[in-house]
Structure formats: structure tokens, C-alpha cells
Ligand binder design. Structure first.
Ligand code: ARG
Length: 465
């Protein structure tokens, strides 16, 4: 190589008459955020080199040199000693340049039959796949913690709400299991997304494939991909798998945010249903009495940024003609931030669930306040033969009277109740208690403590399986 060439650091520079300005360099470089892909990049390169050697495209000796160089690079990265250079634009060129420094021509042969376009698509898929596995593990931990909480509170009665008005008594265990279900579907979504992530783009090269006799299935097997991407243009250009992951992440955050909203309300002294362990809360710099539920508040807030990333990625993709465009470099920061936000949030929530203290007396008092057993009274009348609409009407009158008398339905005398229907007998009081109300909803998906225990057993077997 002549001096004239070796002076230029850019991998593509021989074609150019003038260097790019510093501003353009900074604008187009991704190395300071995509170096997070370094391990995936090395893993992909090693699989590619192994295949090149097996196919006789490079020599076994070159492959061995590449492996030696990559091992050193990995060690340098892990030790924080690798020098990332803006001049070398991105993670791929930085690693390749260092490899060539370390092993000479073998390093220069690595890029045979490959482009940064299929290389980066492979790296991102490896990265998203491992993020999915982390997220699935964390969702399992969170579901486990919520199930433990549900078990401790299978009999704890609280008011269930619709329109934020007291509706019917439920058990706190049942309420927790609602989130366990939501996070269970989130696991399914992530696992389903993983199928489409786990296909190998490498071999698509820049866009059209390569003239070398590559073996894509071999690389796919080495890297643990289930299949290859079957169209080279599609392989290098679409980021739908990352968008799908972010959409699944947005749904998880939506669930986390709904839960956060409830925790915040429940912890408000006006409600007082729960307390959250001090280590998840902070105080106020001016109001000495304050204990704020910062973690759920922040989780609710961070949900917005994940939604933003989803919108950003969808917008990034929508105007791109086939095949690869540099626009796609913009997929990384939103994707990485989505992973960080989601992983941190799930980790902290799984931990926080174990730090929730329930205040059953306050829950019970609240359940006794809003005529939560009115539906039970109506159902009682239906079982005595009254059509449901008439029963509904009769109970509505009774509730109105209770309102005037400032008492609960269960505090009315038999005489008072019979004024609304002669069908009412003294067996009515069992129906009007909170315990009677929840115990009566004894079918799959119902709030009866008995069913809550069955649901817990079902979740536990899922979590073990
Ligand atoms: N840094 C680039 C990205 O993230 C890698 C691919 C660059 N390819 C190219 N033809 N400029 O997308």
C-alpha cells in the first residue's frame, strides 16, 4: 500500500478528493453510541470468518489470525482500553481497523462478501434478541413477586372500582393477579417478536447479495438464528423487528404505568391502602412530612419516552425507499434507550413489589362505604324469582334510602329492606357482607379467594414451566 492511501483513515476514502469537515464527521458518526454493539459485532464477525474459511474463501490461517485479533480487541473493550475514534465513524470500522492493526492482511480480508449494511442489521438483531431474553426473565421475576403479594392477600378485601367509583368488593390478591395476567401477555408478545428477530441478515451484503460462495445457513447456525432473511434487500433495510420490539416494550410500559398510577393513588394518605418501602420513596426538601412515591411516578413518566421512541422509529422507517439508507443509523439511540428504560423499570418494580405493605383495615373501610354489595342484593332478588331489571330498580330505591339514613345496605333491618321487596328474607345478610360478596364470585376469573388461590397455582406452574 502506498503512503498516499495509508494516510487516509476512512474505509471508503480513496474515491474522494477532499476530506469531510469536522462538523460532517461528527454529524455522520455513530461510534459513540453504537459501540454498545461491539460484542455482537465481534460475535458476527467471528461467525462470518469461520464460514469464509470453511468455504475456502479465506485461509484457515487468516481465520486463526482474525480470532486472535478479535480476542484481544474484546479484552481491550472489556478493560475499557479500546480507543474509539470518531474518525472511524462507527463501531464496525473501529473494530475492523484495530483488527488490521493487530493482524495485518487477515484483518483486511474479514470484510470479504460482507457489507456494513448486513453487518449492522445482524448486530442489532443479536442485540435485540438478547434484550428480549433479559426482558422475559425480568417479567417472570415481576410476575413472581406480584403473585407472592397476591397469595398473601388472597382474602384481603378492598373496593373494586369502575369510573373510580366504588363498584363491588374484590380481593387485593385478585387485583394483583390482573397485572400478572397483563405481564403474562407481555411475555408472550416478546417471545413472539423474538421469532421474527431471530433471522440472519448477514450474506445480503450491501443489498444484492455477494459473488462469493457463502454459506448463510452455517452462519445462522453458529449465531443461533432460526433462519436466514430470505431477501437481501429486505434483510439490510427493514427495521420492523426493532419497531415491533419497541411496540411490545411500549405495551409493557403502559401496563407498568397503569400499575404506577394505582400505587400512587393507593399510597396517598387520603386513600391509605398501601405503603411502599422507604427505599423506593423520597422526601421533600421543604415539607418534612412528605414521603413521595417517586419510583412509580418516574415509571409513569418514562412510559412517555418509550412511546416517543416507538413513534420515532415508525417515522424513521416510513419514508425510506429500498434498500439501506443512512437514516437507519438513527434506529440505535431510541432502541437502546427503550431497552435501558424497560430493563431498569422492570428490575425496580420486581424489587418494589416485595416492599409493598397492604393496609387491610383501610381497604375494608373503603369497601363498606359505597354500597359495594348492591349488585349482590339485586342478584339475590333474581335468585328469588324477580327479573333482573326489577331487582335493579328495587335495590336502587334501597340505596337511595341508605343514602338519606347514612347507613350501609347491610345495616338496614330486615323490615326496612322488605319495604323494597317482600322477597327479601333473613338469609339476605349473608349476601350483603363483603366476605359473602367476594366468596360468591366463585368461577374461573372471579374474585373469590378460592379462585384467587387457583389462579395463583396456575401462574406458578407457568412460571416454573
Ligand atoms: N453505522 C451504520 C448504521 O448504523 C452502519 C451501516 C453503514 N452503511 C453505509 N453504507 N454507510 O447504519
Amino acid at each position: 500500500m502506498t503512503d498516499q492511501f495509508s494516510k487516509k483513515s476512512e474505509a471508503w476514502s480513496a474515491r474522494f478528493n477532499e476530506p469531510v469537515s469536522d462538523l460532517v464527521k461528527r454529524y455522520t458518526a455513530s461510534v459513540f453510541f453504537d459501540n454498545r454493539l461491539a460484542k455482537a459485532d465481534i460475535q458476527g464477525s467471528l461467525a462470518h470468518a469461520e464460514m469464509l474459511a470453511a468455504q475456502g474463501i479465506i485461509s484457515a490461517a487468516d481465520r486463526a489470525e482474525i480470532e486472535r485479533g478479535m480476542a484481544q480487541i474484546l479484552a481491550e473493550i472489556e478493560a475499557g482500553k479500546f480507543e474509539w475514534l470518531l474518525d472511524l465513524e462507527d463501531v464496525h470500522l473501529n473494530i475492523e481497523k484495530r483488527l488490521t492493526e493487530l493482524v495485518g492482511d487477515a484483518g483486511k480480508r474479514l470484510h470479504t462478501g460482507r457489507s456494513r449494511n448486513d453487518q449492522v442489521a445482524t448486530d442489532i438483531r443479536l442485540y435485540v434478541r438478547s434484550a428480549i431474553d433479559d426482558v422475559v426473565g425480568l417479567l417472570g421475576a415481576l410476575r413472581g413477586a406480584l403473585t407472592d403479594l397476591a397469595e398473601k392477600n388472597a382474602d384481603t378485601i378492598m373496593p373494586g372500582f369502575t369510573h373510580m367509583q366504588v363498584a363491588q368488593p374484590i380481593t387485593f390478591g385478585h387485583h394483583m393477579l390482573a397485572y400478572v395476567e397483563m405481564f403474562g401477555r407481555d411475555v408472550e408478545r416478546m417471545q413472539d417478536c423474538r421469532k421474527r428477530v431471530n433471522r440472519l441478515p448477514l450474506g445480503a451484503a450491501a443489498l444484492a447479495g455477494t459473488t462469493f460462495p457463502i454459506d448463510r445457513l452455517r452462519v445462522a447456525a453458529t449465531l443461533g438464528f432460526d433462519d436466514v432473511c430470505h431477501n437481501s434487500l429486505d434483510a439490510v433495510s427493514d427495521r420492523d423487528f426493532a419497531i415491533e420490539f419497541t411496540a411490545a416494550a411500549a405495551l409493557i410500559m403502559m401496563h407498568v404505568s397503569r400499575m404506577s398510577e394505582e400505587l400512587i393513588i393507593w399510597m396517598s394518605p387520603r386513600v391509605g391502602f398501601i405503603d411502599i418501602a422507604d427505599r423506593f420513596c423520597t422526601g421533600s426538601s421543604i415539607m418534612p412530612q412528605k414521603k413521595n412515591p417517586d419510583v412509580p411516578e418516574l415509571a409513569r413518566g418514562k412510559t412517555g419516552r418509550v412511546y416517543g421512541h416507538l413513534t420515532g422509529l415508525l417515522t424513521l422507517m416510513k419514508g425510506q425507499p429500498l434498500a439501506y439508507n443512512k437514516d437507519n443509523q438513527e434506529d440505535k439511540e431510541p432502541l437502546f434507550d427503550t431497552v435501558d428504560t424497560l430493563v431498569d423499570t422492570l428490575r425496580i418494580f420486581a424489587d418494589m413489589a416485595g416492599g409493598i405493605t397492604v393496609k387491610p383495615d383501610n381497604m375494608r373501610a373503603a369497601a363498606l362505604q359505597g354500597y359495594a354489595t348492591a349488585t349482590d342484593l339485586a342478584d339475590y332478588l333474581v335468585k328469588k324469582g324477580l327479573p333482573f331489571r326489577d331487582a335493579h330498580e328495587a335495590v336502587a330505591h334501597a340505596v337511595r334510602a341508605c343514602d338519606d339514613l347514612k347507613i350501609d345496605l347491610s345495616e338496614m333491618s330486615l323490615e326496612q329492606l322488605r319495604a323494597y321487596s317482600p322477597l327479601i328474607g333473613d338469609d339476605v345478610f349473608a349476601v350483603l357482607t363483603l366476605e359473602g360478596s367476594v366468596a360468591a364470585r366463585d368461577h374461573v376469573g372471579g374474585t373469590a379467594p378460592n379462585q384467587v388461590r387457583k389462579a395463583i397455582a396456575r401462574v406458578r406452574s407457568q412460571l416454573e414451566g
